[in-house]
Ligand binder design. Structure first.
Ligand SMILES: C[S@@+](CC[C@H](N)C(=O)[O-])C[C@H]1O[C@@H](n2cnc3c(N)ncnc32)[C@H](O)[C@@H]1O
Length: 254
């Protein structure tokens, strides 16, 4: 059931975290790399197809580049495209992202539902960030995508909350269709907090829910319990480690 997909040369694909909009390769190479990753997810039954609107993705990317204040980010251009495409294809009604920092990770997921890259009608998209100053920055960033009609062409409920994701997930009564995990716990806990987050929100997941975990490559050691959990066929029907850059994304289907 667990599977690892690698783009050739992923180790050489390295970004400067303080220069996130720099193009690292020809656009057709980025499109091809993510196309291969999406095909791998289709082949393993995680996604129904690999098609997404690339013009809408370009509009999303341009808006983030022009309007967002991003002090740094480890979300590479490939990862930005992959996250957008997974959301555009899976079309989660409810998307929850935990550990959104300045909002770039949030919008890489939610950009398929809000703003100029919106391609479907979601019901609710939520970003959770423990540090209130970063939550405020994320909220301001996301607000730049608002237009008089709302966030794009639909009436989605958009929330950026300066809160601990753990109690919030424990309390949620609504089903979550896509859960994105990117928090890092205090010293000594680090990325091993992912498993606790997943357990906190487990009751809200349902067959067909997707769980995305950033840092499946560079934090694989800290994530070993989490990765064992999502790769256990008693809990998840599929789990694919998508290695498009030196960070990686574990994509798991309940
Ligand atoms: C390393 S950052 C993620 C950065 C992201 N990968 C990027 O490249 O933009 C992790 C964030 O998770 C937040 N965080 C840590 N524990 C959290 C929790 N329990 N609930 C919500 N956010 C949390 C931290 O404050 C931090 O901003």
């Amino acid at each position: 059931m667990p599977y690892r997909f690698e783009v050739d040369g992923w180790k050489q694909y390295v970004m400067n975290w303080y220069d996130p909009h720099r193009q690292l390769e020809a656009p057709e190479d980025e499109i091809a790399a993510i196309g291969q990753a999406l095909e791998a997810l289709v082949a393993h039954g995680v996604l129904p197809h690999s098609g997404y609107d690339m013009a809408l993705f370009d509009a999303h990317r341009a808006a983030v580049r022009e309007r967002f204040d991003i002090p740094w980010t480890a979300i590479t251009p490939r990862m930005q495209r992959l996250l957008y495409a997974i959301n555009a294809i899976a079309q989660p009604r409810v998307m929850v992202a935990v550990g959104v920092f300045c909002g770039n990770t949030f919008i890489s997921n939610a950009g398929a539902a809000i703003g100029p890259g919106a391609c479907y009608e979601a019901e609710r998209v939520v970003g959770l960030e423990l540090r209130t100053e970063e939550a405020d920055r994320a909220r301001s960033n996301v607000a730049t995508l608002e237009c008089p009609e709302g966030y794009g062409h639909n009436r989605v409920d958009v929330e950026i909350l300066g809160e601990d994701g753990m109690p919030w997930l424990r309390a949620i009564a609504q089903p979550i269709d896509l859960l994105y995990l990117d928090p890092d716990g205090p010293r000594g806990v680090g990325k091993s907090i992912y498993l606790h987050m997943l357990e906190a929100g487990w009751h809200a997941l349902h067959p067909g829910s997707l769980v995305l975990a950033h840092n499946s490559v560079n934090s694989a050691h800290q994530l070993s319990d989490y990765l064992s959990y999502v790769r256990d066929s008693a809990r998840f029907s599929q789990s694919v480690n998508v290695v498009v850059d030196d960070q990686g994304l574990e994509v798991s289907l309940v």
